[in-house]
Write a protein that binds this ligand. Sequence first.
Ligand SMILES: Cc1ncc(COP(=O)(O)O)c(C=O)c1O
Length: 392
Amino acid sequence: MPEVSRQTAQDSGVAAFRKQFPIFDQKIYLSSCSQGALSRPVEAAMQEFLESWHTHGNPWEIWVGRMEELRVEFARLINAEPAEVAVTFSVSTALNSLASALTYNDRPKIVTSDFDFPTVGHIWLAQQRRGAEVAFAGANGNRLPLRAFEELVDERTALVSTTQVCYKNGFKNNISALAELAHERGASLLIDAYQCMGTQPMDVKALDLDILVTGALKYLLGSPGVAFMYMRKDMIERFQPSDSGWFGQENVFAYDVHHLRYAASARRFETGSPPVPNVYTSLAALRLLAGVGLDVIQAHVQALAGRFIDGARGRRLALLTPEEPADRGPLVMVRSTDAPRLVEALAKQGILCSTRDGSLRVSLHYYNTEGDVDMVLAALDHYPDLLVHAPN
Ligand SMILES: Cc1ncc(COP(=O)(O)O)c(C=O)c1O
């Protein structure tokens, strides 16, 4: 396709997608790093759940069937088999179930990083009571060099557990290099893709990942209450989580209180009754994204992030996020002298952003446009005192 027609097709794809998110009738939404915007299909899915409840009272067969559809849809999105996917309530519940199954004997060490979301650190630190030794790969400014992992991952390391994109500066780890490093030293690699899943293709096989966790509520555009954990098939039966429950059993509806029989699949990391309303919404959200294609979404998001970075650089704003496309995801951050005030001032103009660690977070998705980027940049021009400027 010639360049001009490709651009036009892409613009109309974005416009049609954006139309399904009513918030854009009133606001410029740049906060998917916190919560994805609500779409009409997701709203309709919630309504469908309510109708099923009204109509059938307790249609658990339908609801559990929906959960299995969600498992299949997520597996397809990451090029996994459904049996390799656990559907959980949050990333934290998935990690806790996994952590409860580790023995910390020959390989007691867990390597995580300064750039991981706090819940990841908390969960591994809590395992110290059970024998875990936790080490943090240290940041160098706004980057997490591979060297920091190389120094820590050794023959006593069971797991490297780290983020793909950092929630507080947008830095993106090279996860293929991490997989190579972990495997070379006999450790497994767990990637937390929460801050980018939904804005880029994810192929767990091609990337040679052992475990992947992410949740539905951010760039996957679902509601809170659903998360996913992928585990490579041949690893699953090694783990016997003590953090367990009836939905993790081989036959959920056997009602056998006397015996513990873990599911052979990744479902063994599930615990209690599924969060059905959120299963409905997440399924609709994943289908919405699959309808566009994660490669198409990535090209758009990368271009918008690049445009924001160019604009910020032109204004001499101090960026926290690396400028090279390979080192960043959908989140770009600039330093502020008073980020909560800046976020509030932007909100008054109908521009919704967020803040972490005293900086402004601007996050981009397929529903955003060049116009959104230009609007937020133009709005920032009104608040020079709330922004940190880079030296000349
Ligand atoms: C990278 C990352 N991991 C994990 C979480 C939290 O996961 P959960 O609340 O599902 O346990 C967040 C939430 O913002 C996050 O950004």
